[in-house]
Each structure stands twice: as structure tokens, then as C-alpha cells.
Design a protein around this ligand. Structure first.
Ligand SMILES: Nc1nc2c(ncn2[C@@H]2O[C@H](COP(=O)(O)OP(=O)(O)OP(=O)(O)O)[C@@H](O)[C@H]2O)c(=O)[nH]1
Ligand SMILES: [Mg+2]
Length: 389
């Protein structure tokens, strides 16, 4: 079983296929860069409806931003994103660390020789605390009890093996979790990123841009969060670090759908493979936000279907986040979930509940605030991480 899981952990999802030896022939930085100089507000597109600007990349690596205006970059100094492969191992390690209260408690109960009623109750409690959700927990325990009884399994290791199998079943080992992106050169494919404020949308867009760059794809970012003044700067900073341009509004409060449209047009003109569109998570009122998201989605879908609508969910908000997510799913036609902050929670069971409630697979997970702390979701690695006590 373990051998099998190890093999599967290394057998990467399509997303992660081409990550090493990529065409990012760049110097690795040992420190976080200074924020890029104020993006040049050149007018690449006279007459663009929203008055957008493209923050061109690459940028120099100045000691100070003041210098940046003067120092013309002789050679672009960009970061080389970490290969995607190693991330799955880190996923398992981090999950093991953050999820250990869950794993340790599960294993503590399961190491008892004979499971009595109190033990089963305790298992239920542990799973509920881990945010697996009431329905899935009941289902899992019913099946586990049945198997233990029918198979006459007694040894703790064998019961643990059964639990692993059932958990994996719940997580859905066969769901397609790859990003539906066409081969390089056939783009631009649109990836729209939505979610409640603070869940990690902008960070995820930045990390995902790095993954795509590492795969050798060309990317354009669209800063369709025009609600917050700093949002476009935050996004442009991510892009500049890996040489990806950001299309942004020239004034705050511009129409986000127009920015999204301009980003798509820029990607088309530049022959880019993917355009990643970041959105706002907060507006004065929820109805306004949903109207706006609907409009962005419609504009982006004009030339053809949107490749992916990724809903970003913060794993630490548990079941609450789930209810909020439902609304987004209805408005934007979500095709995949990005579960962020899994590194900071012992409630990894939320993966199961999320997929159940929303009917959409978890495709990516955020494992920290670092630039390369985004990994393809791998059910085997995830369950092993959960069960590592
Ligand atoms: N530990 C951890 N922190 C994360 C992760 N993803 C994002 N964050 C942090 O969460 C905070 C919010 O991230 P943002 O990307 O700004 O969130 P957002 O959804 O764009 O927020 P709004 O633009 O306000 O809607 C930042 O401090 C991120 O560093 C993750 O996977 N793990
Ligand atoms: Mg944001």
C-alpha cells in the first residue's frame, strides 16, 4: 500500500508534468526582492475602454526603487520558480505537521486492541473536529465498522489500513484535478480566480503564474480587483518577479470587467498561453460583488469558454467558508477549488466537505505564504499527511 502511494505521489498530475529544465534561464535570488518600481503607466492600447496599463516585465533587481528608474536592466534578473515535483513531498510533510492533532488522535484510538462503543464515538468526534463534515463522517464510520466486522479485522495496523482506504475513497482518488489548459501555443486560455476577501486569491494567482512559467507557458495577469488600491500593485509585484506582465486599471474603481477584457485582449495580442484574472473579494454589498463577477465571467467567455474558474477557499475558516463559497459557485460556474492555508490548520478534512457541498474537485492547495507554496492536490499524499500521527 505504501509503495503504491509513493509511486502515485511521484506520478504527477498533468499540471506538474513539465517543471524541470524549463526555459527560465535565470539567476536565483536568495532574498525577497524590493517591490518593483511603480509600473510604467505607458499606454500600450490607445482607446482601451477601461484605460488600462500593462506593467511590463521583466524588471531590474534594484537595491532601492529609486535606483530602478535609472538602472536599465542589462540582463533581466528574475526568479526561477521551484520545480513543481518537490512540492508534493512538502505537502505531505506540512500536512503531517499541521494535521497531526487529527492524525495523532485517530491513530491513538485505532491503536487500541478492541474498539468499543466509546472508541467509535471518539473516532466520530475526531473526524468532526477535523472538519470532515457530519454526513461524510457518518458514512465513513458506518463503512469502517461494517468492514471491521465482516472481515473480522482486529489488529490496529489493519484497521488503520482500512481507514486509509475509506478516507481516500471519500476524497475521491479518481477525480480529474488537472487544470484544463490547452497545450502551449493554443491559448490564451482564461483562468478566472474568485473567492471571499482574504482567502488568498491574489497570492494564488501569483503562485500559479510561477507554476505556469516553470512549465514554460507564457502568462498575462489581469488585475480585475479595482476595489482596493493596493490590489493591482500586489499582483504586479508577483508578476514582475517571474517576468509576467500585469494589465491593470489606471485609476481605482475602474470597471473590473473592462480590465478583465483588456487583459484577455493583451494576452491575445501577445500570443500568451494563459491569462490569469484576479478579482475582488469584497464590495460594498454582496449583490454588487456577484453582479460584478457575473459580468467579468461573461466578458471573458465572449471569445470562447473560460478554461478554469478557480474558487479560492481558506481551509482555516472551515464550514463557514463553505457556505460563502456556495454563492460564488452559483454565480461564476466554478470548475475547481484552491484550498489555501492548509499549512495552518488541523482541519484538513474540509477537503472532503468542500467537494461534497460544491460538487467541484480540489485542484490545488496552498501550503504557506512562500512564493512556491502551491501544489497540485494529490489525494494519496493528502490522506497520508492526515494520518501521519
Ligand atoms: N499560511 C498561508 N497563508 C496564505 C496562503 N495563501 C495566502 N496566504 C496569506 O493570506 C493573506 C491574504 O492573501 P491574499 O492573496 O491577499 O488574499 P485575497 O483573497 O487576494 O484578499 P483580497 O484581495 O482582500 O480579497 C496573505 O497574508 C497571504 O500571504 C497559504 O496557503 N498559507
Ligand atoms: Mg486580492
Amino acid at each position: 500500500m505504501n509503495e503504491l502511494s509513493d509511486i502515485l505521489i511521484w506520478a504527477l498530475p498533468a499540471l506538474a508534468v513539465v517543471a524541470v529544465g524549463v526555459a527560465v534561464p535565470l539567476r536565483r535570488r536568495s532574498r525577497r526582492p524590493a517591490p518593483p518600481a511603480a509600473p510604467e503607466a505607458g499606454a500600450p492600447d490607445a482607446g482601451a475602454p477601461s484605460g488600462t496599463a500593462v506593467a511590463e516585465a521583466p524588471v531590474a533587481e534594484p537595491a532601492t526603487t529609486a535606483e530602478a528608474a535609472e538602472v536599465a536592466p542589462a540582463a533581466p534578473a528574475l526568479e526561477t520558480p521551484e520545480p513543481v515535483q518537490g512540492r508534493l513531498v512538502r505537502l505531505r510533510e506540512r500536512l503531517a505537521r499541521s494535521g497531526s492533532p487529527l492524525g495523532a488522535r485517530l491513530l491513538a484510538v485505532l491503536s487500541r486492541d478492541h474498539l468499543g462503543e466509546d472508541d467509535w464515538d471518539e473516532l466520530e468526534e475526531v473526524l468532526l473536529l477535523g472538519d470532515v463534515g457530519a454526513g461524510p463522517t457518518a458514512e465513513l464510520l458506518d463503512r469502517l465498522r461494517e468492514r471491521v466486522r465482516v472481515l473480522g479485522v482486529r489488529e490496529p495496523a489493519a484497521v488503520r489500513g482500512l481507514l486509509r482506504e475509506l478516507l481516500l475513497d471519500l476524497v475521491g482518488p479518481d477525480l480529474d484535478r488537472s487544470l484544463a489548459l490547452p497545450p502551449a501555443g493554443e491559448g490564451p486560455a482564461v483562468v478566472l480566480v474568485v473567492g471571499v476577501n482574504g482567502t488568498g486569491k491574489t497570492t494564488t494567482v501569483g503562485k500559479l503564474a510561477r507554476v505556469l512559467v516553470a512549465e514554460g507557458r507564457s502568462v498575462v495577469l489581469g488585475a480585475a480587483d479595482t476595489f482596493r488600491a493596493a490590489a493591482a500593485d500586489q499582483l504586479a509585484t508577483w508578476g514582475a518577479r517571474v517576468g509576467v506582465p500585469t494589465v491593470r486599471a489606471e485609476r481605482d474603481g475602474a470597471d473590473p470587467a473592462a480590465v478583465a477584457f483588456d487583459a484577455l485582449r493583451e494576452a491575445q495580442e501577445a500570443g500568451a498561453d494563459v491569462v490569469l484574472v484576479d478579482t475582488a473579494g469584497r464590495l460594498q454589498n454582496k449583490a454588487g460583488l456577484m453582479d460584478e463577477l457575473g459580468k467579468i465571467a461573461r466578458v471573458l467567455a465572449r471569445p470562447g469558454p473560460i478554461a478554469e474558474v478557480l474558487l479560492v477557499l481558506d481551509a482555516t475558516t472551515g464550514q463557514n467558508g463553505l457556505r460563502q463559497a456556495q454563492v460564488f459557485t452559483e454565480v461564476a460556474g466554478v470548475t475547481g477549488i484552491v484550498l489555501t492555508k492548509l499549512d495552518g490548520t488541523a482541519k484538513g478534512g474540509i477537503v472532503v466537505a468542500v467537494q461534497r457541498e460544491l460538487g467541484v474537485p480540489v485542484k490545488l492547495v496552498g501550503l504557506g505564504e512562500g512564493p512556491d507554496d502551491l501544489a497540485p492536490f494529490d489525494p494519496e499524499a493528502f490522506v497520508d499527511g492526515l494520518l501521519a500521527g
